[in-house]
Design a protein around this ligand. Structure first.
Ligand SMILES: [Zn+2]
Length: 199
């Protein structure tokens, strides 16, 4: 590509090619599209710059601009139930099903020693702390029924064993290996309404 495109265009292609799912070909196509539509490029640049304002909610770990995310700040959410999810995409999928009115705890991953993801990185101590201090009655495990999700769920259930809290998980409808963030509304709704009691 050396010499074919000017430096800024080459830089844009390089930056876009870093995005998951985009190879150099798609990155080049997008960069060429954006260079012809500067107003779109400006819009995109502004939206991307604004992402630096996003941080993690100090309660649940969801993405937020303020100290607390909208769900944690809302007085309408049931504080006695916490749904543990793998990532904000799973939170969003469960929220879209429209039947869960409690609050969440976002792990930002599942246990994976190989990737350096242990209990500390997943904010599991914070989950226990919330269960203790907020008088939580139920922890709903909303993790995907994948091998790593199951291992993480088992670990959390064991930690919660000594605490006076009910532990449930998403049940019927979710096929083994299915990821929560990709499940459709109806499946999630069913899984949320008929949760399995673990403890
Ligand atoms: Zn929150």
């Amino acid at each position: 590509m050396e010499g074919v495109f000017p430096e800024p265009l080459r830089q844009a292609i390089k930056a876009l090619a870093f995005l998951p799912g985009l190879g150099e070909k798609s990155a080049t196509r997008l960069a060429l599209y954006l260079v012809r539509r500067p107003e779109r490029a400006e819009e995109l640049a502004a939206a991307l710059r604004a992402l630096s304002r996003i941080k993690l909610c100090r309660e649940c770990g969801n993405f937020t601009e303020a100290e607390l995310c909208g769900l944690c700040a809302s007085p309408d959410r049931d504080r006695s139930v916490i749904c543990v999810v793998e990532d904000p995409a799973a939170l969003s999928a469960i929220e879209s099903a429209g039947v869960f009115h409690g609050r969440y705890h976002v792990l930002h991953g599942v246990l994976s020693p190989r990737d350096g993801l242990g209990p500390e990185e997943l904010r599991i101590p914070e989950l226990l702390e919330r269960v203790r201090k907020d008088n939580v009655q139920e922890v709903l495990i909303g993790l995907s029924p994948t091998a790593a999700g199951e291992a993480t769920a088992a670990y959390i259930v064991e930690l919660l064993n000594d605490l006076p809290v009910r532990v449930t998980r998403l049940a019927c409808g979710l096929a083994l290996g299915m990821e929560v963030r990709y499940a459709d509304h109806l499946t999630l709704k069913r899984a949320l309404l008929s949760r399995e009691v673990l403890k």
